[in-house]
Design a protein around this ligand. Structure first.
Ligand SMILES: Cc1cc2nc3c(=O)[nH]c(=O)nc-3n(C[C@H](O)[C@H](O)[C@H](O)COP(=O)(O)OP(=O)(O)OC[C@H]3O[C@@H](n4cnc5c(N)ncnc54)[C@H](O)[C@@H]3O)c2cc1C
Length: 507
């Protein structure tokens, strides 16, 4: 059998990729060296776009039930004076609050149930991908069974072997990606290497904190304080010169640092204690032949804006709708090049924002920190631009192109759900049913893509009026392909879309 997709890695990005691929109706084999999910948190923050992706998979319920909308994300100096406040409490365009703090195992469990329930997915847990070969029309991946030895959490590779074949191969196998190594693709280092001790804990009783969420930019020791959903919390401490990983990973070190914050074993159970090196690296190519790198395999960034996993989940959403069109024979393989073309600059935007943001709390020189604090008092703000936009690829030269589309409510229900529109193209107009101005061939073309058409009002009327548009085409990954000031301009926009997808449309 040749699967449509063979995928290495079942972290959060791999789970998203597999669930979306299956939802699009394609067969996917997922190879994961561990027997089960990792089961411990890394990502704490997700944004509204990610919740809409989860919604498209019917997974947002359990995640939101255990999440906090991030209402107050602040950075303070060593004396507790506020340096920077982030506007993360607003209602956002995707139909949700702008940002949430969540507990990653809940998110992974929700995605995993979706993946395991999908008939299109074959999960090979406890198998490691060890070799690969590309042929004209498929790839072959050699996998070997893994076992655990008592007392060793790392899986050991055995001699039991299988070969899997797929039209395309996805490397969703994390920062030390095996797939990237097979392809000989190097990573560029964007120059950030800071070591922090991460301690995640379950609250044994309800606890409240004067400083609930943010960075304590104290040069004596920078600290991160975060809720992880409703039952867990995270603290991170920067390593100081001369401190060793071994020392910082001892349980007594965590308890000593927590005691400084007034917390002890009656309050918390530590679930994870690890020193991380926060870095920013990007694979020099994200596609080679039939293979794609996504998530941490393609890019890593420091966690100060909470965008590493979010960026990986966006990779999956972007790549799946393109693979879907190519696998259905509706677009040529060249469309897949736009995955990297669109997302490399987009992820770089987030990486630069994270790097700039990360330099603020990481200052440990007392004089430099005092200078920084004064600059903030004088009104300095690090360059933290708006949510990045898609600027290249399958994007029209038209109003709103590349920005996130609105998900408004229809009779109290979110549009994607009310119209069964998750993961589909959307042509929406505030004036009339958009089909009324299209040629039959254009309607047929859009229907072949699986498009939803709607005449919308309510929140859409305001959103469109502010932008001076009457009609918009949104892609399955929620980004606007293009919009137009009048509905009469829609046919030209549709022709532009067909041309960019290189699909002939009947005149
Ligand atoms: C302390 C910390 C805080 C963070 N905070 C945030 C945050 O707030 N928000 C955010 O969005 N991101 C955050 N991140 C980043 C986020 O955790 C990562 O971007 C995300 O987990 C990457 O997911 P992934 O699926 O790409 O890779 P991984 O989670 O690394 O998954 C890769 C999987 O591939 C498997 N694998 C690897 N090689 C093979 C092989 N050869 N065969 C079979 N299986 C294989 C591995 O076992 C693993 O399960 C944070 C990271 C850290 C460290």
């Amino acid at each position: 059998m040749i699967y449509d997709v063979v995928q290495v890695g079942m972290g959060p990005v791999g789970l998203t990729m597999a669930a979306l691929t299956a939802q699009a109706g394609h067969s996917v084999a997922v190879i994961e060296r561990h027997q089960g999910l990792y089961g411990l948190p890394r990502a704490g923050h997700i944004d509204h776009e990610i919740v809409r992706i989860l919604q498209s998979l019917d997974c947002e319920g359990p995640v939101l039930a255990d999440s906090y909308p991030t209402l107050d994300y602040r950075w303070v100096n060593g004396a507790g004076e506020t340096l920077l406040e982030f506007d993360w409490g607003a209602k956002a365009v995707s139909g949700y609050n702008s940002d949430y703090m969540q507990y990653q195992p809940v998110l992974e469990d929700a995605l995993a149930s979706r993946v395991r329930a999908a008939a299109e997915v074959t999960v090979l847990s406890g198998w490691e991908a060890v070799a690969f070969e590309e042929h004209d029309d498929h790839v072959e991946v050699v996998v070997r069974k893994t076992v655990y030895e008592p007392g060793n959490p790392r899986p050991i590779v055995t001699d039991e072997e299988r070969v899997l074949r797929g039209r395309y191969l996805i490397g969703a196998d994390g920062a030390s990606s095996t797939v990237r190594r097979w392809l000989g693709i190097e990573r560029s280092d964007l120059g950030f290497n800071e070591r922090w001790l991460d301690v995640d804990a379950r609250m044994k009783r309800p606890l409240t904190f004067d400083f609930d969420c943010g960075q304590i930019c104290d040069p004596a020791r920078p600290i991160t304080v975060l809720p992880l959903g409703k039952r867990h919390r995270r603290w991170e401490w920067a390593l100081l010169p001369g401190e060793t990983v071994e020392e910082l990973e001892k349980p007594e070190t965590a308890w000593r640092l927590l005691a400084d914050l007034g917390l002890g074993p009656d309050d918390l159970e530590i679930v994870r204690q690890l020193v991380y090196t926060f870095e920013a690296r990007t694979a020099e190519q994200w596609r080679r032949g039939r293979t794609f790198l996504i998530g941490d395999a393609a890019h890593t960034m420091p966690p100060f804006m909470g965008q590493g996993m979010c960026s990986g989940m966006r990779d999956a959403k972007n790549l799946v709708w393109k693979l879907d069109l190519v696998l259905r024979g509706l677009a040529s393989d060249a469309l897949l090049d736009t995955f990297e073309e669109e997302l490399r600059p987009y992820v770089l935007d987030w990486t630069v924002i994270s790097l700039e943001a990360g330099r603020v709390p990481c200052i440990t020189d007392v004089d430099a920190a005092a200078e920084r604090d004064q600059r903030f008092r004088d009104g300095f703000r690090p360059p933290l631009p708006d949510f990045p936009q898609v600027r290249h690829g399958v994007i029209a030269a038209a109003p709103c192109a590349g920005e996130l589309s609105l998900q408004g409510r229809v009779d109290g229900e979110l549009f994607d759900r009310a119209h069964h529109a998750a993961g589909r193209w959307q042509v929406l107009s505030t004036v009339a049913d958009p089909r009324t101005v299209l040629r039959a061939g254009q309607v047929e073309f859009l229907e072949s893509l699986g498009c939803v058409f709607a005449h919308v009002g309510g929140e859409y009327a305001d959103h469109f009026a502010v932008r001076g548009i009457e009609v918009s085409i949104a892609r399955p990954d929620f980004y606007v392909f293009g919009a137009a000031p009048t509905l009469a301009e829609l046919p030209a926009l549709v022709d532009d879309l067909a041309a960019r997808l290189r699909v002939p449309v009947a005149v």
